[in-house]
Ligand binder design. Structure first.
Ligand code: PXG
Length: 466
């Protein structure tokens, strides 16, 4: 057997990685030329790589490490549970204490009568659950023709074929196809698509596409509308204030189910326990994952309101995963929720560090490359533009400039992602004010360097607004 020391030289680790490891959402041959960055440790909001560099993690991993890295209580909760009961399933009329405890706690935390949890190991699995769940719900209510789920272009709901079909990422649809009976409407992305409308007019216009779609498909065929309270992977798109109230009105008018995908927005990210609270909406189902365990264990789920749970309970629900309600994952999630609560992390994001970050983050609009900087709680994005007044995109292929900016961030030891030519942050919720200052300083330096590179490469050229 090959023995690979964790302290092996970076180049050796990279060579083995590219020889045997297929990475998600990665062009394999390009990565092989460059070598992956090898992360070896992490503490608080800081990563360490195999070269010993300390990197500020402006993305909390993949939007998930809400309580920060290195929490020994979470390691201890996992170890305790592994010793006591490392695995048992929740099929066949069986349960265990961690699943009972976590479900009861989630019922307390979730708004309104969202009191029932079906577990999965990821957001993708949970959204696959939702597809079967809403169709079963309507079938049990005697309306089996209600199958269509309406979603939005540029939404992200997961990577399995079912959940990616709900999502609105065309690149994913193109590889492997989509399932039937999913319909997409446009996203409420005012900066890029709002034209000459005010944000409020545009928000209403986009919300009313839901009503038009329901009418076109036939209200008797529509099962549900799914959306992230704030789109995350699509580029942190905070909808105009007019959007969600109008969506809620339409959902109520037609009596369809509202699924709020809280995989990113949940567990404090927007300054409340759930993004639905921040946006003032009342979903029938919430998708959860990521911050539920702060990424320390793979766990997700669907949280159901009383009525949906009651209807589903009236039949045998032919659905489940080996790891639905995994005891170690549940124990870690429960401990994570205790930390979020007892250390007032959510309240701090809402009342203290969130407002501080907002002020600093919005000041990035003073930078010549930044068209807008929008943030809700601890999820924010900036639009890079060659012409602020025109809200113009770059003439170069979307993502060219964002990639250059992201590479500058990496070089300055800051993880800030790009989605097209939008830069996004979603840091651990424990980020301190001093670390917020560091994040903003590094972002500013990276923007300066990106700006200089664009000028020297002749890329400061405006294209046509979509
Ligand atoms: N819903 C939402 C809103 C998500 O953001 C999922 C579902 C799927 O969750 P799982 O656990 O199956 O990955 C997500 C995941 C990115 C990125 O690059 C975003 C996600 C996952 C991976 C990468 O922004 N979001």
């Amino acid at each position: 057997m090959t023995f690979i020391s964790p302290n092996a030289p970076t180049a050796e680790l990279q060579a083995l990685d590219s020889a045997h490891h297929v990475h998600p959402f990665t062009h394999g041959n390009e990565l092989a030329k460059k070598g992956a960055r090898v992360i070896t440790r992490a503490e608080g909001s800081w990563l360490t790589d195999s070269e010993g560099e300390r990197i500020l993690d402006g993305m909390a991993g993949l939007w998930c490490v809400n309580v920060g890295y290195g929490r020994k209580e979470l390691a201890a909760a996992a170890a305790r549970q592994m010793e006591e009961l490392p695995y048992y399933n929740t099929f066949f009329q069986t349960t265990h204490v961690p699943a009972i405890q976590l479900s009861a706690r989630l019922a307390e935390l979730a708004p309104g009568d969202l009191n029932h949890v079906f577990y999965a190991s990821s957001g993708s699995e949970a959204n696959d659950t939702n597809i079967r769940l809403v169709r079963t719900y309507w079938a049990e209510k005697g309306q089996p023709e209600r199958k269509v789920i309406i979603s939005r272009w540029n939404a992200y709901h997961g990577s399995s074929v079912g959940s990616a079909s709900l999502g609105g990422m065309k690149g994913m649809h193109g590889q492997g196809g989509v399932i039937p009976d999913v319909h997409h409407i446009d996203q409420p992305h005012w900066w890029a698509e709002g034209g000459d409308m005010s944000p409020e007019e545009f928000g209403l216009e986009r919300a009313r596409q839901l009503e038009a779609a329901i009418e076109e498909i036939g209200p008797e065929k529509v099962a549900a509308f799914i959306a992230e309270p704030i789109q995350g992977a699509g580029g942190v798109i905070i909808p105009p204030a007019s959007y969600w109230p109008e969506i809620q009105r339409i959902v109520d008018k037609y009596g369809i189910l509202l699924i709020a995908d809280e995989v990113i927005c949940g567990f404090g990210r927007t300054g409340n326990w759930f993004g639905s609270q921040t946006m003032g909406i009342t979903p029938h189902i919430m998708t959860i994952a990521k911050g539920l365990s702060s990424g320390y264990q793979p766990i997700g789920g669907s949280v159901l309101c009383d009525e949906v749970a009651e209807v589903i309970a009236s039949t045998e629900f032919n659905h489940g995963y080996t790891y639905s309600g995994h005891p170690v994952a549940c124990a870690v999630a429960l401990e994570n929720l205790r930390i979020l609560d007892e250390e007032n992390i959510v309240t701090r994001v809402r009342e203290e560090t969130g407002p501080y970050l907002k002020e600093k983050f919005e000041s990035l609009t003073d930078h010549p490359l930044v068209g807008e900087a929008k943030i809700a709680g601890f999820m924010g994005s900036i639009a890079l533009t060659p012409d602020k007044a025109a809200r113009a995109p770059f003439a170069s292929e979307a993502g060219t400039v964002g990639y250059i900016c992201r590479e500058r961030c990496f070089a300055n030891n800051l993880v800030m992602r790009h989605v097209g030519d939008r830069m996004i942050i979603s840091p651990p919720l424990v980020l301190t004010k001093a670390e917020i200052d560091t994040l903003i300083e590094r972002a500013w330096t990276s923007l300066d360097e990106c700006h200089a590179a664009l000028k020297s490469e002749g890329l400061m050229v405006a294209g046509q607004r979509g």
